[in-house]
Design a protein around this ligand. Structure first.
Ligand SMILES: [Zn+2]
Length: 373
């Protein structure tokens, strides 16, 4: 039987938690990571009707894009529909996990899926590229114990670069110290200056593994006082960025109005909102950002986009966009529903690779709160 934490660990290799925006309440929402999974549901939102769907289908693990708990619970009054939903989940032993902005920002994640739906090619990030925080650890160890320490650091995840692991660099030299009477030196005697042939082992590690790498260093170093340098470095971290901008892969470019109609069709919408001062303008470059991205419209302008596709545009921001000359398509926040099929494909792949004995179920509910009449 596979546990929630094993499924989640595989997913987080693809969309690590550190890629999430600060303050985003991602990860385990409710339940227990150690629980065994028989049937897993993939959904955009966790709503009372989604939980009903889960119960009807014998689901024990819900994997959602939007966090179920955006607002902390202050009192557990069950007359509140949201609280009643949490109670149903707990009562029925259903674990809920959310991957939100880490999935948006992941390479090959939400924004790449949306760009593909919109027929974009040669995509790059819409917002400035960011980089995973990386550290360099240099630790001094007697030559005899260096191999064990290097192995322990590698086992803790230090020295991974792309397809390479256990990368390190060593130099040898002489370390000197004088121990007090209260010390219990591994080498040498109290009151005397000792000189030891030491190796300086250098490894890199991401911020997310820093504490476990340091713990491995302390656990596998013979000295009472371990001497090391730890500092942040640039250029080696995994790169990621929010949103996408790319070329529209049509031989004959569509106009703004034609492209808007195209979006309505491919996204399966009853309607969408269009802001544009020039409906006949030819569309060559399109920017997209899942969720509520109106505040980033100037990034779309900077990247030369003819149209920016994003949800939740408000009235006054709509005025600013219109005046800027950019065209914006607001298909509604719910256009992120494309993630349900894409996530199901990913989990099916991982299920095969990891031989998970689970059943996958994709939510069939439309959780869009808005209707067109
Ligand atoms: Zn969203």
């Amino acid at each position: 039987m596979v546990k929630v934490k094993e499924i989640v660990a595989r997913f987080e290799e693809f969309a690590p938690k550190w890629m999430a925006e600060p303050g985003d309440p991602i990860g385990l929402q409710l339940g227990d990571l150690n629980r065994e999974v028989k049937k897993m549901m993939i959904t955009l939102d966790v709503r009372p009707e989604t939980v009903q769907e889960a119960l009807e289908n014998g689901i024990d693990f819900i994997f959602a894009h939007h966090p179920a708990m955006f607002v902390p619970v202050k009192k557990f009054d069950l007359s509140e529909p949201q609280n009643k939903m949490y109670a149903e989940l707990i009562k029925n032993d259903i674990t809920v996990y959310a991957a939100h902005t880490n999935l948006d920002n992941a390479n090959g994640g939400m924004n790449d899926w949306l760009a593909e739906e919109l027929n974009l090619v040669d995509c790059q990030a819409l917002l400035p590229i960011r980089e995973e925080e990386m550290y360099k650890l240099a630790v001094y160890v007697p030559k005899q114990q260096a191999a064990q320490l290097r192995q322990a650091l590698a086992d803790a995840g230090a020295g991974r670069l792309g397809q390479y692991s256990a990368c390190s660099f060593s130099q040898t030299g002489t370390g000197r110290f004088s121990a007090s009477d209260a010390a219990q030196p591994f080498i040498g005697q109290a009151g005397q200056v000792s000189a030891v042939e030491e190796e300086k082992v250098e490894v890199v590690c991401p911020k997310s593994l820093k504490n476990q790498v340091l713990a491995a260093m302390y656990a596998n170093h013979p000295y009472e006082e371990v001497v090391f340098d730890l500092y942040q470095i640039e250029g080696l971290g995994q790169k990621y960025g929010m949103g996408r901008v790319g070329k529209v892969a049509f031989e004959n470019p569509l106009t703004v109005l034609e492209y808007a109609k195209y979006c309505k069709e491919v996204l399966g919408l009853q309607g969408l909102r269009l802001i544009s001062a020039d409906l006949d303008k030819k569309v060559n470059t399109v920017a997209v950002l899942g969720g509520s991205g109106a505040k980033f419209y100037s990034n779309a302008l900077l990247k030369g986009a003819d149209i920016y596709v994003t949800g939740d545009v408000s009235y006054h921001v709509g005025h600013d966009i219109l005046a800027s000359g950019l065209s914006v398509i607001d298909p509604g926040h719910h256009f992120e529903k494309v993630c349900k099929e894409r996530l199901t494909q990913k989990f099916s792949q991982w299920k095969q690779q990891e031989a998970w004995d689970i059943e996958l179920y994709t939510s069939t509910l439309n959780t869009d709160p808005f209707r067109f009449v």
